[in-house]
Design a protein around this ligand. Structure first.
Ligand SMILES: *[C@@H]1O[C@H](CO)[C@@H](O)[C@H](O)[C@H]1NC(C)=O
Ligand SMILES: *[C@@H]1O[C@H](CO)[C@@H](O)[C@H](O)[C@H]1NC(C)=O
Ligand SMILES: *[C@@H]1O[C@H](CO)[C@@H](O)[C@H](O)[C@H]1NC(C)=O
Ligand SMILES: *[C@@H]1O[C@H](CO)[C@@H](O)[C@H](O)[C@H]1NC(C)=O
Ligand SMILES: *[C@@H]1O[C@H](CO)[C@@H](O)[C@H](O)[C@H]1NC(C)=O
Ligand SMILES: *[C@@H]1O[C@H](CO)[C@@H](O)[C@H](O)[C@H]1NC(C)=O
Ligand SMILES: *[C@@H]1O[C@H](CO)[C@@H](O)[C@H](O)[C@H]1NC(C)=O
Ligand SMILES: *[C@@H]1O[C@H](CO)[C@@H](O)[C@H](O)[C@H]1NC(C)=O
Length: 596
């Protein structure tokens, strides 16, 4: 049979087509445990069927592949093996095998029945089967959480490459989300994660390599200047620096261009002033296919537009004839433009190392300075995100409104456009607190972060993010639904924001963040175990507020819960946090709470 590896999100394993009898040994499982497992599984299946009522996949059918009888006789080691029917809960039958007293069930069945994961691997030349109970990943904190240091384990995040990121806006320098609306919108949570991941990468990655291509003074490039076009360098008094001016005709053959052969350093930055109808273009080549692509930055209010091998990004009408600093990851800019015109079967993610820059050119009239290619420019991306927060904060509420509607689930009222999230607020505050620290005290960041606290005091039914559990415990809602949903991970993220601000702000400014944090930690300790199912966690408390089945956290969310608690345990010694973190971690290895 074919061992199809039943894998989910990020669980990587080679897929082997291995035509051997391949069974999973259900050995030494005592009857009791088996019963518990079965009961649990029946619950899970029922639950899955419930929530799947739209699909017409009867559970039993197609679950188990047919045995291929031919192989039994070929392989004489199977002599002692006998086929036997396994009747599952008296509901349906699958083919199993018996060897002496032992019964073997196919892993493809077990995998679906128990939602476990497995893969055939070769280790030191020997084949082996790896079974895992979950696909979540635990990140053990490396030390006591530092609000000025890396945020959680976000140095591992690559926000811009997520599928639900349409592209990085060249107007704002931050990602555009397509998570809940396909045309794209700015989502403060995602923008903050983008900034926090770059801040964290700056602290963990090796120093970037930077190559200044042209700065008008020390580094002068050998530009190709067509007839009737011109290039000159002159000193600008107001900026106290020498810049490059260019003037060309309207057609691309009149552009001033710099041919090059530059690999690896694919983050471009430039100070740029473009007169009307001018543009700036980078030509990239895939070193394997030799294919050429143009990434073109134009003066338009455009997210991204693709025509053949030309990918256009708008840097904004408002950038006309003003100096702008642009920092672009060319690999990301190209990659985001590719899927739309490469036919789907050949669509394949490109690797960074496959690309090289073969030309940079300017068309029209304008000036530029400090044209540089680097391996990374994390701090620029970080400040792009922080500046976005400053520009787009609602001055009266201190919130970052989310411009799309959101329905959390049946039974909850819909959140209408412009809703606020405690998670966005918290993430934005974590970002701004770090910007305040990194900029050595730029007050704009502090003020925006402090203003971001206002919504934490306003009840969700009045447009804020505050819910109260049983009239007693304050909870900051990731989704301020009616009735409250009490989503755990978003709440903890909001607590981290409060903690970060209290630790970063000057003493006389930090009281509000400190008291909101203390109030939230009290609720967390009282309510944490309401999320514990004995074998996993629930994502929210809808089973309580709506009186329906619990919304079990899938493994990556469960792992987030664990990672958040492990982090909180480094700053709060209360054993409820560390002990719960340990127990929840063990759920990921199949351990369960004891039964009576
Ligand atoms: C981190 O940022 C500093 C500027 O704050 C910069 O000098 C340094 O090169 C950056 N390092 C990395 C790895 O990005
Ligand atoms: C340059 O400009 C002159 C007059 O402005 C024109 O006659 C000539 O054709 C142009 N040459 C090119 C190569 O565009
Ligand atoms: C820019 O181009 C448009 C269309 O080609 C034209 O109508 C407009 O006059 C141009 N503007 C300038 C300032 O050259
Ligand atoms: C351009 O600037 C004007 C005035 O400052 C502003 O109202 C408008 O929103 C800006 N447009 C964009 C796309 O940023
Ligand atoms: C650039 O400026 C020159 C002279 O001012 C003008 O003739 C030319 O059309 C401009 N180029 C573009 C693309 O607008
Ligand atoms: C180019 O960089 C230098 C050094 O950081 C800076 O002083 C100068 O103002 C920059 N050029 C422009 C046009 O902003
Ligand atoms: C906080 O203290 C600083 C310096 O001690 C002072 O300048 C500032 O006005 C104070 N702010 C508040 C809100 O008390
Ligand atoms: C807030 O920050 C101050 C100064 O760092 C610290 O003494 C205090 O314990 C913090 N409060 C909380 C609730 O963490």
């Amino acid at each position: 049979m074919t061992t199809s590896t039943i894998l989910r999100n990020g669980f990587s394993a080679p897929v082997h087509h291995h035509r051997t009898r391949f069974f999973l040994v259900m050995m030494r499982l005592n009857l009791k445990f088996l019963l518990v497992c079965l009961c649990f599984a029946v619950f899970l299946i029922t639950f899955t069927l419930w929530t799947n009522c739209g699909s017409d996949l009867p559970f039993a059918r197609g679950l188990v592949p047919k045995w291929n009888h031919r192989y039994d006789s070929v392989d004489n080691q199977l002599e002692l093996t006998e086929e036997i029917d396994c009747v599952i809960n008296q509901e349906y039958t699958i083919g199993c095998r018996r060897e002496g007293d032992e019964i073997y069930l196919p892993f493809s069945f077990l995998s679906k029945y128990f939602e476990v994961y497995g893969s055939l691997n070769t280790v030191d030349g020997a084949k082996r089967f790896d079974w895992s109970h979950s696909y979540g990943k635990v990140n053990n904190p490396k030390g006591i959480y530092d609000p000025k240091g890396i945020f959680m384990y976000f140095e591992n995040y690559n926000v811009e490459m997520r599928d639900r990121v349409k592209c990085i806006s060249a107007i704002e320098g931050v990602p555009i989300s397509t998570q809940w609306e396909s045309q794209g919108y700015f989502y403060a949570t995602q923008i903050a994660q983008f900034g926090l991941s770059h801040y964290s990468k700056n602290l963990t990655e090796p120093e970037p390599r930077r190559k200044v291509i042209e700065d008008g003074e020390k580094e002068l490039a050998d530009w190709r200047v067509p007839k009737n076009s011109s290039l000159s360098r002159s000193y600008m008094k107001d900026k106290d620096t020498t810049v490059v001016h260019f003037s060309t005709g309207k057609h691309f053959d009149s552009a001033i261009a710099l041919p090059m052969d530059h690999v690896l350093d694919l983050v471009l930055s430039v100070n740029l002033l473009l007169r009307p109808n001018s543009s700036f273009m980078v030509t990239l080549q895939n070193r394997e296919t030799q294919k050429l692509y143009n990434v073109i930055y134009i003066l338009a209010d455009l997210m991204m537009s693709v025509q053949d091998d030309n990918i256009y990004y708008g840097i904004g009408q408002n950038s006309t004839s003003t100096w702008r600093r642009l920092t672009r990851d060319l690999f990301v800019d190209l990659q985001k433009g590719l899927p739309q015109y490469i036919n789907t079967e050949k669509r394949r993610k490109m690797r960074r190392t496959e690309l090289k820059v073969v030309e940079i050119s300017f068309l029209g009239n304008g000036s530029f300075d400090n044209l540089t290619l680097s391996t990374s420019e994390h701090i620029s991306h970080f400040y792009d995100a922080a500046e976005w927060m400053i520009r787009h904060q609602d001055q009266s509420t201190g919130g970052w409104p989310i411009p799309v509607r959101r329905k959390l689930g049946v039974g909850f009222g819909e959140l209408s456009r412009g809703w606020y999230s405690a998670m966005s607020q918290g993430h934005a505050i974590s970002l701004l607190a770090r910007a305040y620290h990194h900029s050595k005290g730029d007050k704009r960041y502090l003020k925006a972060a402090l203003d971001g606290l206002k919504l934490f005091r306003i009840p969700s039914y009045q447009g804020g993010v505050l819910a109260t559990f049983l009239g007693k415990y304050a909870w900051y809602e990731e989704y301020p639904t009616t009735p409250p949903s009490f989503v755990l991970n978003g709440f903890i993220y909001s607590l981290l924001g409060l903690y970060d601000l209290n630790s970063t702000a000057p003493a006389n400014h930090s009281n509000e963040a400190a008291s909101l944090f203390e109030q939230g930690m009290l609720s967390l300790k009282k309510m944490l175990l309401l999320f514990d199912t004995g074998s996993g966690t629930s994502y929210d408390l809808r089973h309580f507020t709506l009186g329906i089945a619990p919304n079990l956290a899938r493994w990556d969310y469960h792992a987030t819960h664990v990672n958040q608690l492990l982090l909180l345990a480094t700053i709060d010694p209360n054993p409820i946090i560390s002990q719960t973190a340990e127990r929840w971690k063990n759920y990921m290895l199949g351990k369960r709470a004891q039964h009576n």
